[in-house]
Design a protein around this ligand. Structure first.
Ligand code: F6R
Length: 265
């Protein structure tokens, strides 16, 4: 894993955007895996800004979102469909037929299973995910793979942990009772097949999950710890999210050396 610790949220968002833009410039067509929630908002703002300056073109991009709540109308302001429209899709030029995101309004179990299989097939049909953006939950989840998710799990219906419902209540006027309890999420196994992953985390409330994910044992109790086995993952942290890391100085030193090498090239 490459672990990049920078001072601020703004800085990690900028570096993440740079990675996305460079990856897009290296290929004709990119398949992006996208996250929602508060963490990637700065990254998306930067991508929108670069798109508006003609620095990046999304017309050949295909996007697969990680997850969506079950039991909300797609137009609900807090559905991840609405989130994506507001923060990214409404502002850039990814054609709608190239935007894949689970629907929030299917509740029939058979239909959900059919959808999940289809979603996996569509990811394969497009050649797999080239670059997967991730956030991390306070319990160490990625996507909505909560503790106990198999590290080989695939796209499926999951139940949100109490801590996730409490954390996400901030988007629902702090009304815990109206936060959906279930989601459709890509599995940990699905995420692990992405060719590259970038996980962003900021804020002190993520420090424990981040330390467990990076330096703890690989365990289904902390689904993000599976990324220790991923061959090409970059973790971008602000100073607060990094504060519990035992080997923090080493990670900073590695990054500093890499930067020095890059400037010599
Ligand atoms: C959202 C997702 C989740 C979030 C995580 C952190 O698509 O996959 O894993 O990344 O819950 O959420 P925020 O960024 O709101 O702290």
């Amino acid at each position: 894993m490459e672990i990049i610790v920078l001072e601020t949220y703004h800085e990690i968002s900028q570096v993440a955007a740079e990675i996305v833009v460079r990856s897009m410039q290296q290929t004709e067509k990119i398949v992006l895996g996208l996250a929602t929630g508060s963490t990637p908002v700065g990254l998306y703002q930067e991508l929108v800004a670069r798109y508006k300056k003609n620095e990046v073109d999304f017309s050949n991009a295909v996007t697969f979102n990680l997850d969506e709540y079950v039991g909300l109308e797609p137009e609900h302001p807090q559905s991840y469909n609405s989130f994506m429209e507001q923060h990214l899709f409404g502002e850039i030029n990814v054609p709608i037929k190239q935007q894949y995101i689970p629907p929030s309004n299917i509740s029939n179990l058979k239909e959900i299973d059919r959808f999940c299989l289809w979603y996996e097939e569509e990811i394969q049909r497009h050649g797999g995910i080239d670059l997967q953006i991730l956030g991390i939950g306070v319990d160490g989840h990625i996507g909505f793979n909560e503790s106990s998710s198999s590290l080989q799990s695939r796209t499926r219906l999951t139940t949100l942990a109490r801590s996730t419902i409490e954390a996400n209540a901030k988007f629902f006027d702090r009304q815990i009772d109206v936060v959906p309890k279930m989601s459709i999420t890509m599995g940990v196994g699905t995420i692990m097949e992405a060719k590259r992953c970038i996980l962003l985390a900021n804020g002190e409330n993520k420090a424990k999950a981040v330390a467990n994910a990076i330096e703890g044992p690989i365990t289904a109790s902390v689904p993000a710890s599976a990324l220790q086995m991923h061959p090409n993952t970059t973790i971008l942290l602000d100073a607060s999210a990094a504060k519990n890391l035992k080997h923090l100085e080493y990670y900073k030193w590695v990054y500093q050396n890499k930067r020095e090498l890059e400037t010599q090239m």
